[in-house]
Design a protein around this ligand. Structure first.
Ligand SMILES: *Cc1c(COP(=O)(O)O)cnc(C)c1O
Length: 420
């Protein structure tokens, strides 16, 4: 027997008789007058409908109402609104990771017989998705040269449905002529989707590349795992658009694939978002200082950072990211170096192992500096003639004191390569 109130019949909304039921059906209301700006964390799978007619009338495809936790809560809608604002978009969808955002866009827009174009310097798992998964659906992927718009134009065929753009490229950091790439996609009537993780909505406006409202990408995906989270403790992605029809196509695939996100993770990003611009700036300033310093080290054959003169695509970075208009421009806290080919792979590994504050690990955008050595030729479909021969090492600059980081690089360089 469970505890029960006296068995007195009453109206349907009276206190339930059984304690177990009362614990579920308690009459909770948000405190009146509690106008705290911090949003609450709404956690839900089920959303209750007042009656069957309301249940049937609810629209699943848009955000005029709530239907099921997987398809949105007040907490997820709020982050989506803020991210749409950040990127200058009209609609936004949250997904469980940056890679899930890329997969969601591909699965929404591509069908058997279609072709997708991917830049040769794309985020590695994005290429792997096309090579190892999309291929089985009869979707062909074609790699294009990110530094040659003519090559992109030449590879578009009547079967091309989607062009991926990335600025700058992963690891090798080449900055493409994004505006020209988008013009080419427009001219061919092909949807273009940008991986905007590096720019984060701060370095440039993906939906308004020229600042006059005339040119922008169709879709922007963003690994919120990086700067929006900023803590190295959340995996999440977003997909933003300006076109309602395009948004709906992606949203339907999102629903059918079941790509929900956890409310506590959403709250973490909502909490970090207000500090993102100053964090981004701090990462940027420190990364440029360290990249310039690395350029003077004898073991380093080349530094790859779009804001550094001589880096591939530097002029395109200047044009798009504010430097051409005066001022410093904006860049993220990432750069790579090519360790001269006279040094063995073992020496490069010893350099990475010898770092104290730079930890070996993937991802970026968090407070801790990270380092990863890459086998760049193994990641490319075609030779990258603009890169000097040697081994590529990528650094993600965290929020440590830049002098400590420089000293760390110095001791590890000396330990692995001596004075040469
Ligand atoms: C990290 C990253 C992703 C993937 O994000 P995850 O949340 O780790 O899946 C996608 N694109 C770029 C450019 C990234 O750096």
């Amino acid at each position: 027997m469970t505890a029960s109130l006296p068995d007195t019949p009453g109206p349907a909304d009276a206190e339930p008789r059984h304690l177990t039921t009362r614990l579920v059906h308690h009459s909770y209301e948000a405190p009146a007058g509690f106008a705290a700006p911090q949003p609450p964390v709404h956690k839900a799978s089920t959303v209750i409908f007042p009656n069957v007619a309301a249940m049937r009338a609810r629209e699943w495809k848009d955000k005029t109402s709530y239907t099921y936790g997987l398809h949105g809560t007040p907490t997820t809608y709020l982050l989506e609104e803020r991210l749409a604002t950040l990127e200058g978009a009209a609609q936004c969808l949250l997904v469980p990771s940056g890679l899930a955002a890329i997969a969601n866009v591909a699965l929404a827009l591509l069908r058997t017989g279609d072709e997708v174009l991917i830049p040769d310097n794309a985020y590695g798992p994005s290429k792997a998705l096309a090579e190892a998964e999309l291929r089985h659906y009869g979707i062909r992927h074609v790699i294009y040269d990110p530094l040659d718009p003519a090559d992109l134009a030449a590879r578009i065929t009547p079967a091309t449905r989607l062009v991926w753009l990335e600025a700058p490229g992963s690891v090798s950091m080449e900055f493409p002529d994004l505006a020209e790439q988008v013009r080419i996609c427009r001219a061919h009537g092909v949807i273009c989707a940008l991986d905007n993780t590096w720019g984060a909505g701060l370095a440039f406006a993906p939906f308004d590349l020229l600042g006059d409202g005339t040119l922008g990408v169709d879709v922007s995906v963003h690994a919120l795992t990086k700067y929006p989270s900023g803590g190295g403790d959340v995996l999440m992605g977003s997909i933003t658009t300006r076109d309602q029809g395009l948004h709906l196509r992606i949203k339907l695939a999102h629903m059918r694939l079941g790509l929900g996100v956890g409310a506590n993770d959403v709250e973490s990003v909502l909490r970090s978002l207000p500090s993102m611009a100053i964090r981004y700036r701090a990462h940027d300033v420190a990364a440029r200082e360290l990249a310039r310093w690395m350029a003077g080290q004898p073991a380093v054959a080349q530094v790859l950072h779009p804001a550094l003169e001589g880096s591939p695509g530097h002029a395109q970075w200047r044009a798009l990211c504010g430097a051409a208009q005066g001022g410093e421009g904006a860049a993220a806290g990432l750069f790579s170096v090519v360790i001269d080919e006279r040094h063995s792979q073992a020496a490069v590994d010893a350099f990475c192992d010898g770092l104290r504050y730079f930890k070996l690990g993937y991802s970026w955008g968090g407070p801790m500096s990270l380092v990863v050595p890459y086998d760049l030729p193994g990641m490319r479909d075609r030779p990258a003639g603009h890169l000097k021969p040697g081994t590529v090492v990528r650094f993600s600059i965290g929020l440590e004191d830049v002098e400590d980081l420089r000293a760390d690089l110095e001791q590890a360089l000396r330990g692995a390569f001596g004075g040469s």
